[in-house]
Design a protein around this ligand. Structure first.
Ligand code: NAP
Length: 479
């Protein structure tokens, strides 16, 4: 791999590289340049130079270029899927689904941006504006830095890069160090499709170093970030110094609430599907399982039985459901979170074991609402902590006793209970009769409380990456 800066493939100025290895078998996937502040600054300067011409390129031409990009992704589809599997250990069926989502998301951003309309302001609302025409247009903000995490390196690339480019911004992409190669291939394809070399650039290297650079540089107008709440907060602080437009999609510890009015088949299958997707490394996965006490035993037995049938193993095999976590260190972290919960009084009745980067699906029972996992300890792995409750009010209280508020799921056949819960839960999304692990390209995806600032999803992101200008035609309608 190289850096993709200003239309050229280059080494980092330091000459330093690091390795990306397949978490399944430790094979070397690629060697990655470790950029530092000098590389970031140079890329940002080139972005500033290139962006005005891109903003002037009519949207119908920008649309054609990005449509061509989508067709190039389709051309190279299986090659990119292979990379997604190898760099991050993602199972192949999910890698295909994710790359397909990238194509859909790019297409929707192109369509939506062509409908990004301005407003006409009422002309006679005040005596002093009678006779004037007042209208607004939306313009790009300038140069964006887009920082993505490892868990959805391609889908989140789409949600960050497509809105920036279609609206005429330049974008400097910083992928997670664990999953740099898919972003590299995609950025190469943007260039091949005709996006100018200074308009879409890719830099790799330490996120921490980039964060320090962002605090100092005056060359970046906006930062789109998906990742942990801890890092999001530092970016917000740093962005404040230069009034960068920062929008943040951060962590979650989402509740999945099963009432005794639930269809048990739905409750169990959605719980498993939502939590084993991407081996549990999903921001909006169901992470806390709140189950009404009179059905808790039955739910737990069915869950354990279902999880025993889930196939864990080689991500490249079509029938594998659970692959490895992103690396061994992350797997150790998940095991230590399981042990911490057990030390606080929970019992582990399934799994709880690690093999390299694999963590087996794990069920924790006797989890109480005062334990860390029931509040803010987000576990990024296939772990099912089950917390009992008796009343609707208790369920809402436990669901909301977290600093996060990304998504939620409520399982019940009683529409009144479902709607009451959806209104009461402090979360950006509530899915009825499924896991909150749900995302459409158009929905306003994002969270309450410490889960971030802003919303992502076609129209919503287009507003985040553009600014509104008012144009007044003074007295043009005067008598
Ligand atoms: P992370 O440590 O915050 O890393 C995410 C990205 O930020 C990576 O590219 C990382 O680069 C970079 N980074 C790290 N420190 C930085 C700094 N000081 N300044 C600027 N960039 C920095 O997150 P993660 O552990 O990889 O991802 C998991 C978290 O993301 C979970 O909390 C999950 O819930 C959240 N997430 C949220 C959403 C959402 O839409 N709300 C979606 C997916 C994930 P390096 O890789 O080089 O460190």
């Amino acid at each position: 791999m190289k850096l993709l800066i200003g239309g050229e493939k280059t080494e980092a100025m330091s000459g330093v590289t690091f390795e990306n290895r397949n978490p399944y078998n430790n094979e070397l996937v690629c060697t990655v340049p470790k950029a530092d502040a000098r590389d970031f600054e140079r890329a940002a300067e080139l972005a500033r130079q290139a962006q005005p011409a891109w903003a002037k390129t009519p949207i119908y031409l920008r649309s054609r270029i990005l449509e061509k990009f989508v067709s190039l992704v389709r051309r190279d589809f299986e090659k990119i899927v292979d990379v997604i599997c190898r760099e991050g250990g993602k199972v192949i069926t999910e890698a295909r689904a994710e790359l397909d989502t990238l194509c859909v998301v790019f297409t929707y951003y192109i369509q939506a941006a062509n409908h990004l309309l301005g407003n006409t302001v009422p002309i006679d609302s005040e005596a002093r504006t009678v006779g004037d025409v007042i209208f607004t247009i939306r313009e790009p903000i300038g140069t964006f830095v887009s920082i993505t995490p490892y868990n959805f390196p391609v889908e989140l690339y789409a949600h960050k890069v497509a809105p920036c480019l279609i609206t005429g911004n330049a974008v400097l992409i910083k992928p997670a160090s664990d999953t740099p190669l898919s972003a590299y291939l995609l950025t190469e394809l943007l260039w091949e499709a005709g996006v100018p070399g200074g308009v879409a650039q890719l830099v790799t290297g330490s996120g921490t170093v980039m964060g320090e650079w962002l605090k100092k540089t005056c060359l970046v107008d906006g930062v789109g970030f998906t990742g942990s709440t801890a890092v999001g907060k530092t970016l917000m602080e740093g962005g404040g110094a230069h009034l960068q437009h920062v929008f943040l999609e951060l962590g979650g510890n989402d509740p999945y609430v099963v009432f005794d009015s639930a269809d048990m088949d739905v409750a169990v299958s959605q719980a498993i599907g939502g939590r084993t997707w991407n081996a549990g490394q999903t921001c909006c996965a169901n992470k806390r399982f709140l189950v009404q006490n009179n059905i808790r035993q039955a739910f737990t037995e069915r869950l354990v039985q279902g999880l025993r049938e889930v196939k864990m193993g080689d991500p490249m095999q079509e029938d594998t459901v659970v692959g490895p976590l992103i690396n061994e260190q992350q797997a150790k972290e998940v095991i230590s979170q399981i042990e911490r919960t057990v030390a606080q009084g929970a019992r582990c009745i399934l799994g709880g074991t690690r093999d390299g980067a694999f963590v087996s699906p794990t069920v924790l029972v006797d989890v109480t609402s005062d334990m860390d996992v029931a509040k803010d300890m987000e576990i990024f792995g296939p772990v099912f902590p089950i917390i009992g409750f008796d009343t609707f009010e208790q369920a809402v209280e436990i669901a909301n006793q977290t600093s996060y508020g990304l998504a939620s799921g409520v399982i019940t056949q009683d529409i009144n209970t479902a709607m009451k819960f959806a209104k009461a839960v402090q979360a950006g999304t509530c899915v009825v009769n499924s896991s909150g692990n749900y995302r459409s390209a158009h929905q306003p995806f994002g969270g309450y409380k410490d889960t971030g600032i802003g919303r992502e999803g076609t129209m919503h992101t287009l507003y985040e990456v553009t600014q509104e200008k008012t144009i007044v035609l003074k007295n043009v309608l005067a008598d």
